[in-house]
Design a protein around this ligand. Structure first.
Ligand SMILES: C[S@@+](CC[C@H](N)C(=O)[O-])C[C@H]1O[C@@H](n2cnc3c(N)ncnc32)[C@H](O)[C@@H]1O
Length: 238
């Protein structure tokens, strides 16, 4: 596996500034293609894309599936997605993981680079919302930053990943002013350190935590694809 994480990530995502000025990511063709391959879309499928952003995935789905619903909380992003594709089989809904505003049952739901933005207390409820509109045996394809290894078995790797994610996901001025000066080169940071020093909603979640939220929502894990130790795709089935 390629250990140059910046190179790995740049194959799948673009680092960009969103219309509201925040630093964020959008999916690149390689990521869209990976999800398409996994989802095996048919021309009878209705696909729901949660956190569709500017509609990169929604657009391609509209060409392969029967219909697509893009769900997105941010109105500016929704408008940009509409500019991107106004195909008759695409519907856009202003909604979120927490409040989908959509009761359409489907067998394929996708979400890319979004679930980490759901507040910690709403993670479980959000997966329940997904489960509620997923048909029996239907699949939820979730691509996100998540820590995909057991940190107790690999403490050195956790320390490296934690330092990397802090730098890459914090706005530059906050990182240099408030975080970098507090980091100690002689410490191997643990999960307990992360929990102690990070506001709950900015915490990186672990695959095991995702399993437990998913299990309560009646979803089971059937596949994991790891692009790097903290970024990948999981496929959950109802
Ligand atoms: C990093 S962008 C990814 C957009 C798109 N999925 C892609 O792969 O290019 C994350 C998107 O999730 C949306 N988002 C943020 N919080 C959300 C939530 N709680 N539920 C659903 N979408 C959310 C953001 O507005 C943004 O458009």
């Amino acid at each position: 596996m390629d250990t140059n994480w910046t190179r790995v990530l740049s194959g799948y995502v673009n680092k960009i500034v969103s219309p509201d000025g925040r630093q964020t990511y959008e999916s690149k063709k390689k990521l869209v293609d990976t999800l398409l391959e996994l989802a095996e879309l048919k021309d009878t499928d209705t696909v729901i894309d949660i956190g569709c952003g500017w509609g990169n995935f929604t657009k391609i789905c509209s060409e392969l599936a029967n219909s697509v619903i893009g769900i997105e909380p941010n109105l500016e992003n929704l408008n940009k997605a509409k500019e991107h594709t106004d195909s008759v089989n695409v519907q856009y809904v202003q909604g979120s993981f927490e409040q989908l505003n959509c009761n359409q049952k489907t067998n394929k739901i996708v979400s890319m680079l979004t679930f980490h933005q759901v507040s910690w207390k709403d993670k479980g409820k959000s997966l329940k919302n997904v489960s509620d509109i997923l048909e029996k045996d239907g699949h939820f394809f979730l691509c996100d930053t998540m820590i995909m290894f057991n940190p107790e078995e690999k403490p050195e790797l956790f320390d490296k990943v934690y330092r990397y994610l802090l730098k890459e996901t914090t706005p530059d001025e906050i990182y240099t002013q408030y975080i970098e000066p507090c980091l100690n080169d002689n410490v191997t940071y643990s999960v307990a350190d992360m929990i102690e020093n990070t506001p709950e909603d900015n915490r990186f979640y672990f695959l095991d935590e995702l399993y437990s939220w998913a299990k309560k929502a009646d979803l089971k894990l059937i596949k994991t694809i790891e692009f790097c130790p903290f970024f990948g795709v999981v496929v959950l089935q109802k």
